[in-house]
Design a protein around this ligand. Sequence first.
Ligand code: 13P
Length: 256
Amino acid sequence: MRTPLVAGNWKMNTTISGAVALAGEVAAGVEHMAAVDVAVYPPFVALQSVARALHGTRTSVGAQNMHFEESGAFTGEVSPNMLDGVVASVILGHSERRHIFGEPDELVARKVRSAFDHGLTPVFCVGEQLAERESGRTEEVVGRQVGFVVDQISPAEAARMIIAYEPVWAIGTGVNATPDQAEDACAFIRDLIDGSFGQEAAGRARVLYGGSVNTGNWDDITRRENVDGALVGGASLDAPDFVRLVEITRDALPAD
Ligand code: 13P
């Protein structure tokens, strides 16, 4: 019932011309895989060029971050108005924003609110650090992160939201969560949406897994019931690998 989404977070990689080339290769490779939604998240400076290159394809483009205000004295920041007409979605609360740049839960929640106010779909990221998992606090941490956002949105918005479960210890480390760990966390997040907004929203919201997804480990993870796709870092910079991840996702869908 939920269309899976495979999303490529390019982080601080590519040049403008490199981004356009990569986007073009991805779009051509996934064009015939209509059962899976595909999105790429290039750096800000490449967004317009990539959006132009992807126009008319089924690959969409999103931003990696934004400020919640529309304008003002915020040197170096990008506002929702600036993204208007260029992107459809925006990654918010990525662990690198939280842990390298110190973004707190309150700030991430304001950004999610602002994204909805400006017609953008948030790809809201949550996930625990290694010490938190090892001390049995995964649900407490993820529950807190989701809790801040739940307070800011309506049931209809919750249904449209994309949540990415990205355990910090699995990001860029080559150590992915096991299929069970990914499924348990994604199911937990869906239960939280159910608890706050009911079954309808929980059944529609998409929950992605992210963290060292690659062509060797993805098949076992994507087959799990509550995993609705992937947020891919490193492997999204290689067009054939990324296209293969979309293909694996499609092939794992139950036949109807
Ligand atoms: P990697 O796939 O490189 O581990 O990155 C995951 C991620 O942070 C996607 O947002």
